[in-house]
Design a protein around this ligand. Structure first.
Ligand SMILES: Cc1cc2nc3c(=O)[nH]c(=O)nc-3n(C[C@H](O)[C@H](O)[C@H](O)COP(=O)(O)OP(=O)(O)OC[C@H]3O[C@@H](n4cnc5c(N)ncnc54)[C@H](O)[C@@H]3O)c2cc1C
Length: 287
């Protein structure tokens, strides 16, 4: 592809924060919106399917490998316009927060520790400490059906770990977030407070964050913990001793280990409580 970085047989382990996965046959790494549009056009013309990836912090990649993947984490850029921040899809939540903090704009403090990109956060409607990214979005620019379109707030919807982006299969290029003016010290203090709580509660080992969604407002960790499943493992995949909602890679875990372990957890929770846990993480390829 003219000028666009493509890696053949890329190591999938480098593109998922669980550090598992087989080869990515062709990994496209566009660096700006124009390159994303060209790469998508190219694959669409060739009738080739592809998966979109941000930072891979919510995505498990098949051990058997996958075909085409377009990783958008290099599509960077942030502009601050008054109380609004326009971010390109590959910006991390941390960078967006830092830009907001520098400009005395509040809203992203609670989300600053989520390790994904803006594109991933919008797809998943990522949230923490009672805040969700969808609360702040006023407009997104997407590529859909070969056309770059701006979608206004009235046509956007976000719900718990779900969004119009996921449902419609939009490729998010950028988004505008409307924030509120606040004292910079208060912004910094709140972000620090959230970070401290996060560090105390979450494991340091590689993971994909929470494996399952909440069920009727009750965290999956509650059920998993109640069954004493901390430390329960399959191969290198293990339920974190620190946070029952996280499956960690304790060394050499495969994606299959993760899948077998998460299925076993679901079965046990269903059997004991009659609750069907829904997976929060995304899987690409066959596992
Ligand atoms: C330690 C840890 C802590 C976490 N804490 C939280 C938390 O507090 N709250 C929370 O909600 N999540 C949390 N997560 C999960 C994860 O970080 C979020 O879901 C994050 O928003 C995913 O972003 P990403 O860029 O890594 O997405 P990826 O995993 O790369 O992709 C996730 C989905 O988004 C799609 N996608 C990515 N970019 C785009 C784009 N530009 N256009 C269209 N689709 C796109 C992908 O196709 C995929 O379906 C945590 C994960 C870890 C590892």
């Amino acid at each position: 592809m003219d000028g666009i970085k493509v890696i053949e047989n890329a190591d999938g382990k480098r593109y998922s924060s669980f550090l598992s996965g087989g080869k990515i046959k062709k990994l496209y790494l566009p660096e700006n919106e124009n390159e994303v549009v060209r790469a998508v056009e190219y694959l669409t013309e060739k009738n080739e399917k592809f998966f979109i990836l941000g930072n891979g912090t919510n995505t498990l990649i098949s051990d058997d490998g996958v075909g085409n993947v377009m990783c958008l984490k290099r599509v960077k850029g942030i502009e601050v316009r008054g109380a609004e921040i326009v971010g390109r899809c590959g910006e991390t939540m941390k960078s967006l927060f830092r830009a907001a903090e520098r400009n005395g704009l509040s809203g992203l403090e609670e989300l600053s520790g989520i390790p994904g990109t803006l594109g991933g956060a919008l797809t998943m409607n990522a949230g923490a400490f009672g805040a969700e990214i969808g609360d702040y979005v006023t407009e997104i620019t997407v590529l859909h059906g070969g056309i770059v379109q701006k979608i206004q707030k009235s046509d956007l919807w976000f719900s718990y770990r779900d969004s119009v982006v996921k449902k419609k299969g939009y490729v998010v290029l950028s988004a505008t977030l409307r924030l509120k003016r606040k004292d910079k010290n208060l912004i910094a203090a709140r972000a620090k407070e959230c970070e401290t709580i996060r560090r105390a509660a979450q494991p340091d080992s590689p993971s994909l964050g929470s494996t399952f969604k909440k069920h009727d407002l009750v965290s999956a960790a509650y059920y998993i913990d109640a069954l004493n499943l901390k430390g329960f493992s399959e191969g290198g995949a293990k339920v974190s001793e620190k946070h029952a909602g996280f499956i960690i890679n304790s060394g050499g875990a495969t994606s299959r280990d993760y899948k077998i372990l998460s299925d076993a957890i679901s079965d046990k929770v269903k059997c004991a409580f009659g609750v069907s846990l829904e997976r929060e993480i995304e899987i690409i390829g066959n596992i």
